[in-house]
Design a protein around this ligand. Structure first.
Ligand code: EPU
Length: 307
């Protein structure tokens, strides 16, 4: 810990890039600065109370291996987030989410090094200001905070989270009426493997765009013109639109611009078909954004960190 604090003082003034697993980042050129690659390891149960078991993981742990560790210890709560690429320390930054769950649902606190002051502190859930693919680490603390470890509160009264239709369908197909956390993890792994490219095989950053959120009025007007529009009601009355659907309607699914392509099985995922530069990927992203804007009047925003 002390070593890290000293390092931050030595690096003062230099451009810094904090790297986790590198699976949610698009590099558009060489980085002229210092790259801090988080490699700290360690997982431990740190306590429990009537409601939860607390598990702390160092930021360099692989996210999926960590999820498997919790399941192997009989602790449910993170199973819907199985097989998400990346590291534990990167997970809170974009509040990773999938299949009806988000990291924030089980987040307890994170130990954070402030590179400006050299201070180490603990941030609780409120301080992290989690939102959809968003947190304080992408906003006020962007480029300034390094997550050293994350503690999760895994519920004692575990309940399966089967909100996501595709997940409940997968479990029904497996004839699992009362699935346990490990069953859900296996189902999520199967769905993800079918629909999303493995970044170790084909370069990608998962969903390249966030699903846009629009006012009810705008969604209503779009539905009149496009009855097949895929949308999800939000607690505040607005609607989240499936950006994959918008992109597919614009004819981009499976298409390419040079070596930068749109994945055949999921239009929200941009892939490097071999030799595409970061700039090539951005050019494709811009073209898609323009087409979605022109056709639907909806602005879609990139989700990965672009450097
Ligand atoms: N759809 C299409 N065409 C496509 C893709 C999607 O029409 O090419 C429509 C379908 O109707 C489908 C709906 O969009 O039912 C939703 O698609 P999907 O279930 O694949 O989810 P998504 O909204 O496209 C989000 C997350 C994923 C996460 C899945 C599952 C974002 C930006 N993406 O994708 O997260 O795995 O839900 O929960 O919220 C990531 O963040 O990197 C990521 C992969």
């Amino acid at each position: 810990m002390l070593l890290k604090v000293n390092a931050s003082a030595e690096l003062a003034g230099l451009p810094r890039l904090v790297l986790g697993g590198g699976s949610n980042i698009l590099l558009t050129g060489d980085f002229a600065g210092v790259v801090l690659h988080m490699c700290m390891k360690g997982i431990a149960i740190t306590g429990e109370d009537d409601h939860a078991t607390y598990v702390k993981a160092a930021s360099g742990e692989n996210w999926h291996q960590f999820v498997l560790w919790t399941l192997a210890h009989g602790l449910g709560g993170l199973e819907n987030l199985s097989l998400i690429p990346g590291s534990v320390g990167a997970a809170p930054i974009q509040n990773i989410g999938a299949y009806g769950a988000e990291l924030k649902d089980c987040f307890h606190c994170a130990t954070v090094l402030d590179l400006e002051s050299g201070e180490v502190s603990s941030l609780d859930k409120a301080a992290c200001a989690f939102g959809y693919r968003d947190s304080v680490f992408k906003q006020a603390l962007r480029g300034r905070a390094v997550i050293l470890d994350v503690t999760f509160a895994l519920p004692k009264q575990w309940q399966p989270n089967l909100r996501y239709a595709e997940l409940s369908q997968e479990l029904a197909a497996r004839r699992l009426d009362h699935p346990g956390a490990a069953d859900i993890s296996n189902a999520v792994i199967a769905i993800r493997s079918r629909k999303l490219p493995d970044p170790a095989v084909i370069g990608n950053a998962g969903s390249f765009f966030k699903n846009p959120v629009v006012p009810a009025q705008q969604r209503h007007a779009l539905l009149e013109r496009y009855p097949q529009l895929v949308s999800y009601a939000q607690p505040d009355g607005s609607y989240k639109l499936a950006a994959g659907w918008l992109i597919e309607q614009c004819g981009w699914k499976g298409k390419s611009l040079g070596a930068a392509g749109v994945y055949e099985k999921q239009a929200l995922v941009l892939v490097n078909r071999g030799g595409a530069s970061g700039q090539d990927m951005l050019n494709l992203a811009r073209k898609i954004q323009e087409d979605v804007q022109a056709r639907f009047g909806v602005q879609i925003e990139p989700e990965p960190v672009i450097v």
